[in-house]
Design a protein around this ligand. Structure first.
Ligand code: BJW
Ligand code: ZN
Length: 264
């Protein structure tokens, strides 16, 4: 049992079935049941810190070792986690229906891992989600800005042991978007375009307080589409939503999507 209101569930299924173009926007809550802590709230990753204190460029300039230590710990945490039934239900939706775009604020790789697991040997390869805030498993150079995949161990015991660029020798940093930094314009423009043209924006597990991600569902609503929220708690988007399913994503999404994702 999810405790989801049956009327809301029926309404929500109708929205999914009746939509040709669906934008799915996810946040930390979709990975909570995998064991990845969220940012805000009771069990939040940043309960002892304010998000702005570590996830900002000034913090990295002041103390790159501390910031890297935090990211190294988060990488290890995510490596020990697996996609949950919520990630997998979304992956099946994207594989089985055209017109579904997955946009995530998460920097873990659980959506991509779920997509690979659900796709198996099926061709073509599943589309990579649009990652608004970057990835824990990429780095970028603070000198020459070169980006690359990086999932090996990080030694954050001293500033001298932090990873450095093989081209110019400058410090590498996590390829994530910190407060006050701009999102990759190609990624946010692609997401905005999908938001404008979507019939439905399915918003899962985000407190919807961080901009510009939090505006995407508003863009869909302003263009005449519907918003559907999956979250145990209310958010600033709730008043905009045509339906809100109150419960954990890992339980709610399979019930919502597995009966209505069969349309070719
Ligand atoms: C469950 C669940 C379960 C639990 N199932 N659900 C306009 C107005 C005001 C301010 C701004 C503005 N435009 C820009 C800003 C400034 C700033 C901002 O938004 N500040 C606000 C906080 C006020 N934005 C920026 O700086 C952005 N840059 C930008 O816009 O550049 C141009 C610009 C700069 C300066 C001024 C103006 C323009 C960049 C934002 C980057 C955010 N980066 C982070 C860190 C990424 C790297 C990392 O991970 O370390 O991204 S912050 C953090 O928050 C992370 C997340 O992706 C993001 C969102 O958090 P999310 O996913 O919503 O998680 P939570 O924890 O908040 O919520 C979890 C939810 O799940 C809750 O609702 C639970 O109920 C729910 N839940 N269990 C389903 N089982
Ligand atoms: Zn470099």
């Amino acid at each position: 049992m999810t405790g989801v209101d049956p009327e809301a569930l029926a309404r929500a299924r109708g929205l999914v079935e009746g939509s040709d173009r669906i934008l799915v926007l996810t946040g930390a809550g979709v990975s909570a049941e995998s064991g990845v802590p969220t940012f805000r709230g009771e069990e939040g990753l940043w309960k002892r810190y304010r998000p702005e204190e570590l996830a900002n460029p000034l913090a990295f300039r002041r103390d790159p070792r501390l910031v890297w230590e935090w990211y190294a710990w988060r990488r290890e945490t995510v490596r020990g986690c697996d996609p949950n039934p919520g990630h997998r239900a979304l992956a099946r939706l994207a594989l089985e229906r055209e017109g579904v775009t997955l946009v995530t604020q998460n920097v873990d790789d659980l959506h991509a891992r779920a997509a690979r697991e659900e796709a198996g040997d099926r061709a073509p390869e599943p589309a990579h989600p649009l990652e608004l805030h970057g990835s824990l498993f990429r780095v970028r150079c603070t000198g020459c800005f070169e980006r690359r995949e990086h999932s090996g161990p990080i030694d954050a015991s001293a500033v001298e042991t932090l990873p450095r660029c093989s081209s110019c020798g400058s410090l590498l940093r996590p390829d994530v978007v910190w407060f006050g930094e701009s999102l990759d314009p190609r990624v946010i423009e692609a997401a905005r375009h999908r938001a404008e043209t979507a019939d439905l924006c399915l918003v899962v597990g985000t407190s919807a307080v961080v901009q510009p991600a939090a505006s995407l569902p508003r863009t869909t609503a302003a263009a005449g589409g519907d918003v559907l929220e999956v979250n145990p708690d209310e958010t600033p988007l709730t008043s905009l939503a045509a339906a809100a399913l109150r419960g954990p994503a890992g339980r709610v999404l399979p019930r919502l999507l597995d009966d209505s994702s069969g349309r070719a």
